[in-house]
Design a protein around this ligand. Structure first.
Ligand SMILES: Cc1cc2nc3c(=O)[nH]c(=O)nc-3n(C[C@H](O)[C@H](O)[C@H](O)COP(=O)(O)O)c2cc1C
Length: 183
């Protein structure tokens, strides 16, 4: 079992990597990254997701077109990633949906956030860089991957051997974001 200090080191060392080499990701590493997503917890264990792993260069290029804009300079790095994981939101089970309605909380979106972070942390542990991408043309991605019209495509995760420099983490201070025993 990984010790506490090592775990925190792993969490802190993950960053959004936006530059990748064209070295392919080894199959066993990719399998473990996918497994880390699949093992994620979810409200009422509903597992309301489908992970579409895109490994074909041509499809990556088309999805990159649907996620980037050279004009505003956003997400152009997606085209460099050898692998993309597309997270589609699926129907939750009845208990999760009921709980979400009663408590007015979007449990499935929380579940998907956890899947995404598990994938990125496992990638980091495998020496693979990642970035979550939430800005993309959902309709085009749906069309490219044959995703049914009524399903939401929530996130794209880029994966690849990173060429990014390590950056200092920019985070709000402890006192601005954490308190003990009261708000
Ligand atoms: C839900 C979500 C959506 C994001 N969408 C994008 C995106 O479309 N493009 C991008 O370059 N980064 C995106 N990011 C990455 C964030 O900008 C990044 O996590 C944040 O600035 C903190 O930096 P770090 O990940 O390097 O620690 C997204 C992150 C999350 C969690």
């Amino acid at each position: 079992m990984i010790d506490g200090e090592k775990m925190l080191e792993l969490i802190k060392s993950r960053q959004s990597d936006r530059k990748y080499s064209n070295k392919p990701i080894e199959g066993d590493k990719l399998k473990r990254i996918i497994e880390a997503g699949r093992m994620s917890p979810s409200a009422c264990n509903a597992q309301p997701w489908r992970l579409i792993v895109v490994t074909e260069h041509e499809i990556v290029q088309k999805i990159a077109e649907a996620s980037s804009s050279k004009v505003i300079g956003i997400n152009t790095f997606v085209a460099q990633a050898p692998v993309l994981i597309i997270i589609v939101r699926e129907k939750a089970n009845l208990t999760s949906k009921l709980g979400a309605t009663i408590k007015e909380k979007d449990f499935s979106l929380m579940d998907i956030g956890i899947v995404a972070e598990n994938i990125c942390l496992q990638a980091q542990a495998e020496g693979i860089g990642s970035c979550m991408v939430g800005w993309f043309d959902e309709r085009s991605v749906r069309r490219l991957l044959g995703i049914p019209r009524l399903k939401r495509v929530e996130l794209i995760i880029t994966l690849g051997y990173s060429l990014s420099e390590k950056r200092e983490k920019k985070r709000k201070s402890l006192s601005d974001t954490v308190s003990f025993n009261k708000y």
